[in-house]
Design a binder for this molecule. Structure first.
Ligand code: ADP
Ligand code: MG
Length: 393
């Protein structure tokens, strides 16, 4: 079974029909101005495909986390001009869902309407069927291109997909499912996962789901310190989740040789005192210092394992990459993924901070997932409600 794609719809299903498209226009704003339009540009292939085939396009998206109803701070009106600029066409704007039905019917072929922030309606996050019906009335078929929201069963992502058929995956969504899905389901081996980031707590399920599938899981980031602590090692002032050490120990037992901990670390008294940083073995972390990165020996070890792999999944930076020089380990891993890709490996990066860490390298990697939370849940092996509600063929 796979999720039905937009491309599978025959021409007659598009021509003159109203496509209700869930996009992810949850863009960063500063004083009402879009500071990064990547997410808007990412939706262009799906929107263009629909317009070129004579469909009328109605766009749905959330923006931020408005609490309890309409709030100008979160209005999609603020991004209307940017969407128009990116798409090169003037848009209709729909604030009132009932009145909006007539607006969608009046759209010319290739015309586009943008609906106000889906979270302005209280039924969105509770997946209220009445709201889903109102959304469904705005289109003749449904396209979900918002992978980053697919792990949430909301009215605009899940409820509406049951009511408006066909319900298919847009190009962005399809790409995410293809690369993440293929990496997990039919990985070419060796299959290596690299996991890092701040906390082990958010990644336990990922480790558990990947252990039986992977040939090795390389651990970095502060997460490694919780594993060190579980082995009784000194971790100094490092970020450690003391309440997770028993769990970390159980994972080490379960993972055996597959779980690869860093041989050493780059430590410093504080982030500010980077000049006093040192590289130490993992069993020699000074009590008055904290781990802020993997050390060079570990970076070399991880690189060798990564470039020897045929499939690599990476989530979570190896250190405090936002604060150089503690970005060295993360950079080394990013470069190793680029090397592996050039040698023919499939490389997939997921997670918000991880995606930021590989900014500029996207073209040299197989796939950088745009869906932070959604890609993690996918890696955990959980079904994504916004995906399972789409037609399966
Ligand atoms: P992602 O968003 O890719 O899923 P996470 O949110 O799990 O990644 O982790 C990213 C954060 O982890 C970054 O802010 C980074 O600074 C932090 N981090 C990584 N290593 C360390 C460390 N040794 N000490 C403190 N924070 C760390
Ligand atoms: Mg993060």
């Amino acid at each position: 079974m796979s999720t039905r794609s937009l491309e599978s719809l025959p021409a007659a299903a598009l021509e003159g029909q109203r496509a209700l498209v869930r996009v992810d226009f949850n863009v960063p704003l500063k004083n009402g101005t879009v500071t990064d339009d990547t997410r808007i540009r990412a939706a262009v292939p799906t929107i263009r495909y629909l317009r070129e085939r004579g469909a009328r396009v109605v766009l749905l998206s959330h923006l931020g986390r408005p609490k309890g109803g309409p709030d100008p701070k979160y209005s999609l009106r603020q991004i209307l001009r940017d969407v128009e600029r990116v798409l090169g066409i003037t848009l209709e704007f729909i604030e009132d869902l009932d009145a909006g039905v007539a607006v969608t019917r009046r759209l010319p072929r290739g015309g586009i309407a943008l609906v106000e922030n889906t979270r302005f309606w209280p039924g969105e996050e509770t997946n209220d069927p009445a709201l889903a019906r109102q959304f469904a009335a705005l289109g003749d078929f449904y396209v979900n291109d918002a992978f980053g929201s697919a792990h949430r069963a909301h009215a605009s992502t899940e409820g509406v997909a049951h009511l408006l058929k066909p319900a298919v995956a847009g190009f962005l969504m399809e790409r995410e499912l293809r690369y993440l899905g293929a990496a997990l389901e039919q990985p070419r081996r060796p299959f290596v996962a690299v996991l890092g980031g701040a906390k082990i707590s958010g990644k336990i399920e990922v480790i558990e789901a990947l252990l039986p599938k992977c040939d090795a899981i390389l651990i970095g980031g502060a997460m490694a310190c919780t594993f060190f602590a579980s082995l009784g090692l000194e971790v100094g002032a490092s970020l450690v989740e003391r309440d997770r050490t028993a769990l970390a120990k159980a994972l080490l037992t379960k993972g055996g040789m597959k779980l690869v901990l860093p041989r050493g670390a780059t430590v410093a008294p504080s982030l500010e005192r980077a000049a006093e940083r040192r590289q130490v073995m993992s069993d020699a972390i000074p009590a008055d210092m904290a781990v802020f990165d993997i050390d060079q020996a570990t970076a070399d070890d991880f690189r060798a394992r990564i470039i020897g792999a045929k499939t690599v999944i990476w989530n979570g930076p190896m250190g405090v990459f936002e604060t150089p020089p503690f970005d060295a380990g993360t950079r080394a891993v990013a470069n190793a993924l680029v090397e592996a890709t050039a040698k023919g490996a499939t490389t997939v990066v997921g997670g918000g901070d991880s995606a930021a860490a590989v900014a500029g390298l996207e073209d040299k990697l197989t796939h950088v997932s745009t869906g932070g939370g959604a890609s993690l849940e996918f890696l955990e092996g959980k079904p994504l409600p916004g995906v399972t509600a789409l037609d399966q063929v």
